[in-house]
Design a protein around this ligand. Sequence first.
Ligand code: NAD
Length: 493
Amino acid sequence: AAVPEPAAGRHVPADLPSRIQHYIGGAFVDSADGGTFDVLEPVSNEVYVQAAAGKKADIDRAVTAAKHAFDEGPWPRMLPRDRSRVLHRIADIVESRDARLAELESFDSGLPITQALGQARRAAENFRFFADLIVAQSDDTYKVPGRQINYVNRKPIGVAGLITPWNTPFMLESWKLGPALATGNTVVLKPAEFTPLSASLWAGIFEEAGLPEGVFNLVNGLGEEAGDALVKHPDVPLISFTGESSTGRLIFGNAAPFLKGLSMELGGKSPAVVFADADVDAAVDATIFGVFSLNGERCTAGSRILVERAIYDEFVDKYAAQAARVRVGYPHDPATEVGALVHPEHFEKVMSYVEIGKTEGRLVAGGGRPEGFETGNFVAPTVFADVPADARIFQEEIFGPVVAITPFEGDDEAVALANDTKYGLAAYIWTNDLKRAHNVSQAIEAGMVWLNSNNVRDLRTPFGGVKASGLGHEGGYRSIDFYTDQQAVHITL
Ligand code: NAD
């Protein structure tokens, strides 16, 4: 497809692919029925490429290739050290191409280029981390003196189906690919249809790193078609899914007849709780970053800020002033802090919440398109104060640069408000009182808590949510556990 003329302010990377295909059994292929779908770029919302629209027949082909590589190929049988070497080479290649990856990701998703670069580096780190972990892996052995020795024989499971969202596409794909491959499985990846560009680079990276043919397969396409066929394929015993809670619920049902292993990282409406004894300036900085970085399209966004009454007015004033200074700009501009939302459909959804917010809270910053951006999916960082707990903008995941601030009085109300949603992914607590910090953290229904801290991940710790935010945990050995079977072998002495 010819790349359209750049609109004003738009950056089009050189050497874009002329089309995006599937990658099955070591070859780039089109859909069996020749079908394609449009891929838009979020600054102009113009179609810049066609991607192959995978359907059941394409998933069948990919699963056959992955199953063959699992049943007959070397990958599941290789020494962990040898698989680890391949994974380290993958990390090296990703690192060496971080600028190009970031350029493509930023163009396709609208993420600010500096943040896309951070995500590309994190993708490399995901491979490096699991490459190290797999050679350090030890399994349990138990002795019943004089009677039995019992040990764990850990085995890869088979073809893992990996289904990923569009918000940080390349990084989230690596978070699944790294452990799935490290443990010796073969995979079929179905990336998000809004952002297929960076995923199209995996095949070349894996070939160069020496991953055997058929171990990695990629099928593009819509969730209801390609994703659905992957979930319902009888030869795919595992599904690792990241996306919306409503999609997770659907997949859970569709996987039920097959009793598949499921790992689900779902939506969030995470609270940031700021007590009067906190370092208020540090809390303002961190909670600005917490909801406006990655365009607010972040599962762990601190999208509800709960502030103790004694500092509420001061906090709201400082927060609104700082939100107004957050720099909205073209995604490729290194000065940009908030870029363009991924797709016009998502833009409309976020803008509809901005309008709902105007009837539910007090608008203190933003509230629509930023000045100077008449087209494209740009939303000004938007702050609503005095938002009651029954407001839709308090309860529902917006997944954009929109935040609700609500006052509270005392620890009990803070915890009650923090827990008053169906979600339970992350929480952020700001206080200098040691006991309160621990007591409140432990009382909050969230899979992850950051205390006086930005969202910085330690890859060894559990990652996952409670309530509607997910099922199961990944991170460190928990990922290894998800992607392996632990067979108990008993020997009588
Ligand atoms: P989504 O649920 O719409 O789509 C995610 C993926 O699922 C896509 O690849 C899509 O094609 C596929 N899909 C859709 N319907 C399907 C079906 N019926 N069967 C199989 N696959 C299907 O989510 P999204 O809009 O791409 O992503 C945003 C959501 O992801 C937000 O809710 C966000 O919080 C969540 N998210 C969670 C985490 C986490 O780690 N908890 C991380 C990032 C994003």
